[in-house]
Design a protein. Structure first.
Length: 220
């Protein structure tokens, strides 16, 4: 199966962040950017799915040149290809706008790679804003199934069997492909990269995609 993971680079949430006394905004000087925690779970789930069932994993992120490191971090733990979505018009876009951008990205990457993505993985939320709406909004933009708070995905006859965490346990949901899943913390941790995989990721080309490449409508 063809798998696509959308990841976000965020400030390291393991570091204490203080407010700037003059602006009242978080002072991020000296705080290293990392891959969003829930996106690392999404990446691990996608890589495990690939290892068990075959296929390939593509990862993409919206960001500036610094966000290439997030792509390389994902390549080092099992992604096969990575793409950076970089454009001034993407800056400060809200969750609805990002879902629109990501939907256009799906179409573009399918055309570039001559594939159709069966599962699109997103973290359930980002640790910097915790809105938790971009992934399910992406499913709406694409007009396909979307399942939130996912802790396991397996192939099943006619599509997918998806385990969804709830307050009282979990649901098992059948869904057709393609589907978007937003990933909660599963019962395992993301793997660590090896020195060899980090070196390979460092040498891997990360193509940049702009708004012009995507053909996005600036009004959206």
């Amino acid at each position: 199966m063809e798998l696509l993971v959308f990841a976000k680079q965020v400030p390291d949430d393991s570091v204490e962040v203080k407010l700037d006394s003059s602006t009242g905004a978080p002072d991020l000087n000296g705080v290293l950017p990392v891959v969003n925690a829930f996106d690392t779970y999404a990446m691990e789930m996608a890589v495990r799915f690939k290892e068990a069932n075959g296929g390939a994993v593509t990862v993409a992120t919206i960001g500036d040149d610094k966000a290439v490191q997030a792509i390389r971090d994902c390549l080092a733990v099992g992604a096969d290809k990575g793409f950076l979505l970089k454009d001034d018009s993407f800056t400060d876009s809200d969750a609805a706008a990002k879902a629109y951008i990501l939907s256009k990205t799906v179409s573009k990457l399918e055309a570039v790679n001559s594939v159709k993505y069966d599962i699109i993985f997103c973290g359930k939320e980002s640790t910097d804003y915790t809105g938790g709406t971009a992934g399910i909004s992406l499913a709406g933009e694409l007009g396909i199934a979307g399942v939130t708070d996912v802790i396991a995905v397996e192939p099943a006859e006619g599509g997918l069997s998806i385990k969804q965490m709830t307050d009282s346990g979990y649901n098992v949901i059948s869904a057709a492909t393609p589907s978007v899943v937003t990933v909660q913390k599963p019962d395992y941790d993301p793997r660590y990269p090896t020195i060899k995989s980090k070196m390979k990721a460092r040498k891997t080309e990360v193509p940049v995609i702009s708004a012009a490449d995507l053909g996005t409508d600036a009004a959206k």
